[in-house]
Ligand binder design. Structure first.
Ligand SMILES: [Zn+2]
Length: 229
């Protein structure tokens, strides 16, 4: 299926590093094609460490720096952190309102998020971010009477044309990232607190192994959901 001509793309994920793992090559490809990409990271990733010496407070600072650097490597225009605790995302009116506000702020043609319906093996935050983001796109961001305080802040309602859902078992859009795979590796390697300090070669082999299970390491797959105009 051909992609639509989305010029503004908003990627909404749970943790610092989710975007790079899920769609880092696609993001680099879209930026190279002249599209604008924005990130919203819902949690601060403050539980993501196996180091018994690490504290959650220190980890928040490290992971934000790593995420900003990875986004810079990929050419992302702006990164917004919502700052929820890792593992603590809930489907609340407040969180949904924050995603709606991001959609009304960045006015994306395409939203990219995580699959809330993946079966059995799934991080709870990934499930929640996917569910809340789909709801935020339709109908909340579209309709004036939802979160009317945004209007007073000068924001307009917005119709998202399509959502790309990463990590889906029902993928139907396949982005060739053979040209941007090395850039994706560069961005992933910014997340040192998550992937360690091994060599690039070791890391590339690890990524190839993980992604070969889904077909190929030079393809990123999405389920596309189109909303009626
Ligand atoms: Zn994650």
């Amino acid at each position: 299926m051909a992609e639509t001509d989305a010029q503004r793309i908003l990627v909404v994920t749970a943790h610092p590093d989710d975007s790079e793992f899920m769609c880092g090559g696609s993001v680099a490809t879209w930026v190279a094609e002249g599209r604008e990409v924005f990130y919203v990271i819902s949690t601060n990733g403050n539980k993501g460490s196996n180091d018994p010496e690490m504290t959650s407070d220190r980890l928040v600072i490290i992971r934000e720096q790593e995420q900003r650097e990875a986004a810079r490597v990929l050419g992302v225009k702006e990164v917004v952190f919502l700052g929820y605790g890792d593992g603590e995302l809930e489907d609340t009116k407040e969180y949904r309102g924050q995603i709606v506000k991001m959609i009304r702020t960045f006015q994306p043609d395409r939203v990219v998020t995580m699959d809330p319906y993946r079966r059995y093996f799934q991080h709870r935050d990934h499930r929640t971010v996917g569910l809340v983001t789909l709801d935020a796109c339709y109908p909340y961001a579209r309709d004036y009477l939802h979160y009317p305080e945004h209007l007073q802040e000068g924001l307009q309602p917005h119709k998202v044309a399509e959502v790309f859902i990463g990590g889906s078992e029902d993928a139907d859009v396949f982005v060739d990232i053979s040209e941007t795979f090395e850039r994706k590796i560069d961005a992933l390697r910014c997340h040192v607190s998550q992937i360690g300090n091994g060599t690039r070669e070791e890391f590339v082999e690890r990524i190839k192994g993980v992604f070969s299970r889904f077909g190929s390491h030079t393809v990123e797959a999405f389920k596309r959901v189109e909303f009626r105009r």
